[in-house]
Design a protein around this ligand. Structure first.
Ligand code: AHR
Length: 635
């Protein structure tokens, strides 16, 4: 996150017009009277394979359709690369592949080729391949080739000029399927995504190909790893958890298309992939262990959602005997995540390269099971809960729909979802204020102010910030919360409003992204007594206040979602005498429609300033269309 300082903060505050209201509204806070605990781990992340979040997004692998899915016309994404008078054809061979999981391959039949007229195939990447200067790309492919075909040339080529930006020769050895690795080194070149990948040969013959991969440098240099720019943006959100693997992506359109975790682990060549619910195929090369590595890289915990026997188009598994294999699969999955290397699935995880267990506190049973019209969720939940609680009593269970009221079947937490317009979000800010505190805790597992596409504009950010003040005020009840969806490749905005946008080359955080970075970075563990007077309850002015008791800091969030500046007197009790210096982080949009884009990635971003106050009162003016986070040190 980039922070800048106000050059002339006091001038800026005085030139803005103030609302013609008398008397000046007053926010009174007694820092010594704690009314509720707050959840310091409130803010987390939720993602799934939607909008090319992983393949074509976070997952750094650059070749699209790298397992050669074909339709009756062609091999999707791949084209022929024919130079000079070379001649070749390509098609999917359904009967020849390197593994049981990938039983098919691309068959390239080269009738004529020479070193000056090579023939092969080309791949455009995910709407381009980002190539950067002086960079090493690592790749691999499986091939089965006739000996006469000679070595394979792999290259990165500029689309417009045809210039070869990096190239390597890979010798093929013997017959049968083998895996080949290569590296491509770029020299001095422009950073651009207007490039493609080619794999060619210089002699006639037949070549079968499967599982072609190409990686730029990844975050923390993790093999099979993630895009650094996106990981850095996530780290700046100060998340405490990652809800995985979905969302609808957990459920699939049908039972067959669910996230079947066992098929997403182990060597990539043993992962068959599956049809995702958001319109495209998932290779599962970004599978369960890659999700978990991702949590580790971000120093967060997984919130593990297990498939619970309901899929999006209405298929369900009956509770009882039919459900037993799914319950067992969930138990095994929890063991894969948390078991030590002596357990069956812990040992499997160790073989997959991660001997240490991952931390876990929450298990979510299904996703949005309130949509299940079969009425089986209460019994399905109860069956999962009984088995999970028997083996893993230490974990908190999250329900995703109404469940039975019988004692013992109660979830520890319920997952509530909100996708609302800015107006609806403003109206919902006090939704949880009077909610009972005697039942399960709340996980707001998906929430977003939804109007602009592909990412939120400043009006949406105001809705989000207002909503976050409500979640913070109720964070004794709302333990954890995650915005959704997190990612969008701007070439595939299947979902309207998404937090972080990108293409092959670069990424940007929306105004809502910056609002969340600020709110999460300045979150306390207690809620002091406070009251606001002089502001109409219908005014679009919102606040929350939490306190970090150990650090002795008050975190005040103020949201002015109107076009008039809002004067405010802050009356502090028990903050300590003498001069204090408050740090003010301000996020401002010129209009509701103002936003960030790939071309203007930080048009709206937080600016930092400081303000002196005497420990008891502070006069503020929150500018129009502004979200402010103020840290007030207590003495
Ligand atoms: O976030 C997009 C989708 O919205 C999620 O997959 C689903 O849980 C919800 O309906």
């Amino acid at each position: 996150m980039r922070l800048q300082s106000y050059l002339l903060p006091s001038l800026l505050l005085t030139v803005l017009p103030a609302a013609a209201q008398q008397p000046v509204p007053r926010l009174q806070i007694d820092t010594a009277t704690i009314v509720r605990p707050a959840s310091p781990g409130l803010y987390g992340l939720m993602t799934e394979e939607i909008n090319h979040s992983y393949e074509g997004g976070l997952y750094a692998q650059l070749i699209s359709n790298n397992t050669f899915r074909g339709n009756w016309m062609s091999v999707e994404e791949w084209g022929l690369a024919i130079k000079g008078d070379a001649q070749a054809t390509s098609q999917v061979d359904p009967k020849d592949g390197p593994s049981a999981a990938l039983p098919e391959s691309l068959e390239l039949k080269v009738a004529s080729a020479s070193p000056s007229s090579p023939a092969g195939v080309s791949n455009p990447g995910y709407w381009g391949i980002a190539v950067r200067p002086h960079t090493t790309y690592t790749g691999s492919f499986y091939a089965e080739a006739a000996p006469e075909i000679g070595p394979v040339t792999v290259s990165l080529i500029a689309n417009q000029s045809g210039a070869v930006l990096a190239s390597a020769l890979v010798a093929l050895a013997g017959s049968g399927w083998r895996n080949y690795a290569f590296q491509l080194h770029t020299g001095q070149t422009e950073s651009s995504s207007q490039n493609h990948f080619e794999l060619t040969v210089a002699h006639p013959g037949t070549l079968h190909l499967q599982l072609v991969t190409l990686f730029p440098p990844t975050f923390n240099d993790q093999p099979n790893g993630d895009r650094p720019d996106l990981m850095e943006k996530l780290a700046a959100m100060h998340p405490t958890f990652l809800r995985l693997p979905g969302g609808n992506y957990l459920e699939g359109n049908s039972i067959k298309e669910r996230f079947d975790w066992e098929k997403t682990i182990g060597p990539l060549v043993d992962r068959p992939g599956h049809q995702g619910p958001w319109g495209y195929w998932s290779t599962d090369q970004f599978g369960l262990l890659e999700f978990l590595d991702w949590t580790e890289d971000l120093h967060v915990e997984p919130v593990l959602a297990v498939y619970a026997g309901y899929s999006l188009k209405g298929e369900h598994v009956n509770p009882g005997k039919d459900l037993e294999p799914y319950v067992q699969s969930a138990l095994d999955e929890v063991e894969y995540v948390t078991g030590d290397a002596h357990t069956r699935w812990g040992a499997e995880r160790a073989r997959d390269g991660h001997p240490a267990p991952f931390p876990l506190h929450y298990i979510e049973i299904g996703n949005e099971d309130w949509f299940d019209r079969s009425g089986t969720y209460p019994a399905r939940f109860a069956q999962f809960a009984e088995a999970l609680r028997k083996q893993y009593p230490q974990y908190k269970l999250i329900a995703t729909g109404p469940v039975q009221e019988k004692p013992g079947d109660q979830p520890d937490v319920v997952d509530d979802h909100y996708y609302k317009s800015p107006e609806q979000m403003f109206a919902l800010v006090h939704h949880y204020d009077a909610a009972p505190r005697t039942g399960p805790k709340v996980f707001v597992g998906e929430w977003a102010t939804v109007s602009a596409t592909p990412t939120p504009d400043f009006g949406d950010a105001l809705g989000d910030a207002a909503w976050m003040t409500g979640m913070e005020r109720n964070s004794d009840l709302i333990q954890i919360a995650s915005y959704a969806p997190l990612f969008v490749n701007v070439h595939d905005d299947a979902w309207t409003t998404n937090l972080i946008g990108y293409d092959a080359n670069s990424s940007y955080g929306s105004p809502s992204y910056y609002a969340q970075c600020l709110f999460a970075a300045h979150m306390g563990d207690a809620i002091p007594q406070s009251s606001l007077t002089g502001v109409s309850p219908s005014a679009r002015f919102f606040y929350s206040v939490t306190e970090s008791r150990q650090k002795r800091v008050l975190h005040l969030k103020l949201v002015n979602a109107t076009t008039l500046a809002q004067p405010l007197e802050l009356a502090l009790e028990n903050a300590g005498a003498g001069e204090h210096v408050a740090t003010v982080y301000s996020l401002h949009g010129a209009t509701f429609a103002a936003t960030n884009t790939l071309q203007s990635p930080t048009a709206i971003h937080p600016v930092q300033s400081s303000q002196h106050f005497n420990g008891t009162d502070l006069k503020l003016t929150v500018p129009a269309l502004t979200i402010e986070v103020i840290d007030l040190p207590l003495k």
